[in-house]
Write a protein that binds this ligand. Sequence first.
Ligand code: FA5
Length: 339
Amino acid sequence: MEQKLIEIRDNAREELCGIKEKEGLASFKVKYLGKQGLLTSVLRGMRDISPEDRPKIGMLVNEIRDEIESKINLKEKEFDNVELLKELENTAIDITEPGKAHEKGGLHPLSQVYDLLIDSCVNMGFKVVDGPEVELDYYNFEALNIPKNHPSRDMQDTFFVSENILLRSQTSSVQARSMQTMKPPFKIISPGRVYRNDSDATHSPVFHQMEGLVIDENISMADLKSMLTILMRKTFGEATQIRFRPSFFPFTEPSVEVDVTCPNCKGEGCRICKGTGFMELLGAGIVNPKVLEINGIDSKKYRGFAFGFGVDRVAMVKNEIGDIRSMFRNDIRFLKQMK
Ligand code: FA5
C-alpha cells in the first residue's frame, strides 16, 4: 500500500510539471483528489490494512494530499499571474503621450452683450420682463401714441401678419404692456428680437433690442442721462462719454438719440464711427404724458423715462464688426474670433 501511494505521489509530481494551462490543472485535480480520484480510492482500501499500519498509511495519505493541494494552488496562482500580465500588456496606456485637447465653445457676441447689459441693469434694480414677438398693432403702435395711418409709422418698415397683427418692430410694445399690468413705481427692461423690412451692413430684418422703462414720481432727463452713462461705462469702459442729440419718437417727449464715444478710436474718428468719434446706439426720452394716460397711469402724479438699445449695434461696436449680417451667418471662423 505504501509503495502504491509513493508511486501515486511521484506520478502526480511529474504530471504537474508538464501542465501548462489552467484547464489541465482542473482535470489533474479531479484525477487525483476527486471522488473517484486515485488518492480517494486508496483511502477506500484502508479497511484492508492492519490496525497497526493504519496510522502510518493515514499520515502518508494526508501528506500526499496536502502536497498535491498546495502545488495545485501554487500553479493556479502562477497561471493567474501570467493572465494578468498579458491583460496589462494588452491594455497598456502611455501616460507620457500628450492628451487630445477638446475645443472650447464660446458665447455668441450677441449673447455676451445681452448678458452684460442685463446684468448691469438688474444690478441697478431693473426687473426683466418678456413680450410676444407676434404682436397686436395696438401694443406696437396705438398704445404708444402712433395711431393707424399716422406718418410716424413710416419710421419703421413693419412686417404685417394681418391688419391688426404684426411682427413687433420694437421692444417698446412691452412698455405699453407693462404700464397696463404693473403698479408704479417700477423699473423694467425687456430684451428680445424685433423685425423690420431693412437690410444693409448696419440693418438686419431680424435684430435685437433692449427696452428700458422707469415710472416714478419726479423723473427727469438727468435720471435718464446718469443711468445711461453708468450703463455705457460698464459696457464700454470708464472713459466712455455719452452724447444726447434731439430726436423724435411719438411715445417720448422730449426725445433723444444717444451716441457713445467710439470705443475703437476713443473719439478721434475712425472707419467704424465714420470719422465722427461717436456711435449711435439707442433712442430714448421722457415718456409722453399722453402715453401714460392711454395706458392707465396718472400723468399728474407719475413721470417716466424710456430707452431702446440696438443690441446688435452694441455687439458691433464692442467687437469691431463691420457688417451686422456676419453675426447671423454662423460662419465658425467669424464666431471663433469673438470668444
Ligand atoms: C426705436 O425702435 C425706439 N423704440 C427706441 C426708443 C425706445 C425710443 C424708448 C424712445 C424710448 P429706433 O428705430 O431708432 O428706435 O431703433 C433703436 C435702435 O435700434 C437704433 O438706435 C439702432 O441701434 C437699432 N436698429 C434700428 N433698426 C435696426 C435694424 N434694422 N438692424 C439693426 N439695428 C437696428
